[in-house]
Design a protein around this ligand. Structure first.
Ligand code: NAD
Length: 256
């Protein structure tokens, strides 16, 4: 696929799934605007090595003014956002009655509201050019729940709902909006959950096995590269009539 001349903005793309998607889009020739914290230089170097031009903007996706600055930055640098991947996300695990209120607020802001803000800001340009791809990285938890993850499950179900509404509002245009719903992917977000379970499980290997066995029948992790390939497909002409989908890639999680 040739994405030369297109610009992709991937939120939370300094690590894990976002970085995997950015690498695939860069490989196909897109210019990339990366976002996120941590080892920014390593992410820029990795994506640059795959081709296209690369920029990074440090917007905190919990802050609407910084999100606006991020989208404006992409417009200034490359003339607009053609592919918007809403990927930034965090997790916190606790029973609902003990759930820290500020963690609830952060999860809703970063995992859900940020996608509303990027979409409302990037969509006018996509409509003008009559081409766009909005890809929301939801989760198996956008379609089914787990105990202890009330904020995350609420945010991801909300993100699937936002995806459907935006898909309907753009249905007669060249802009599509879809969600990808990954199962377990071995990224820092999930490694933390494995570490938290290790003591009770009797070691990291057993904790990793238990985590998969509870939900993911394949007993294997989905990879960022596989999710990047799905995102790339959603950018293709062949996916023009894929609209409002919540596409799971989850080792069989949601088939149960
Ligand atoms: P990760 O922790 O590896 O990466 C998260 C990225 O988001 C990082 O680049 C981080 O810097 C960035 N980020 C975090 N808070 C931010 C903020 N306030 N502003 C800007 N950037 C911020 O996690 P991941 O597993 O790659 O998760 C990426 C997305 O995929 C999340 O939305 C997550 O919910 C979703 N997801 C992950 C899994 C999984 O098993 N790992 C499964 C389903 C869905």
């Amino acid at each position: 696929m040739n994405l030369q001349g297109k610009t992709a903005l991937v939120t939370g793309s300094t690590s894990g799934i976002g970085l995997g998607i950015a690498l695939k889009l860069a490989e196909a020739g897109a210019n990339l605007v990366l976002n996120g914290f941590g080892d920014v230089e390593a992410a820029i170097a990795a994506v640059s090595a795959h081709g296209g031009q690369v920029r990074h903007h440090p917007a905190d996706m919990s802050k609407p003014a910084e999100i606006e600055a991020l989208v404006r930055f992409a417009e200034e640098q490359f003339g607009g956002v053609d592919i918007l991947v809403n990927n930034a996300g965090i997790q916190h695990v606790a029973p609902v009655e003990e759930f820290p209120v500020e963690r609830w607020d952060s999860i809703i802001a970063i995992n859900l509201s940020s996608a509303f803000h990027t979409t409302r800001l990037a969509l006018p340009g996509m409509r003008t050019r009559n081409w766009g791809r909005i890809i929301n990285i939801a989760s198996a938890h956008g379609l089914a729940a787990s105990a202890g993850k009330s904020a995350y499950v609420a945010a991801k179900h909300g993100l699937v709902g936002l995806t459907k509404s935006v898909a309907l509002e753009t249905a007669t245009t060249g802009v599509t909006c879809n969600a990808i719903c990954p199962g377990w992917v071995l990224t820092p977000l999930v490694q933390k959950q494995i570490n938290d379970r290790a003591a009770a499980a009797g070691g990291l290997d057993q904790a990793r096995h238990n985590l998969l066995a509870e939900k993911q029948p394949s007993l294997e992790f989905v990879t960022p590269e596989q999710l990047g390939a799905l995102a790339l497909f959603l950018c293709s002409d062949a996916a023009e009539q894929v609209r409002g989908a919540a596409w799971n890639m989850d080792g069989g999680w949601l088939a149960q």
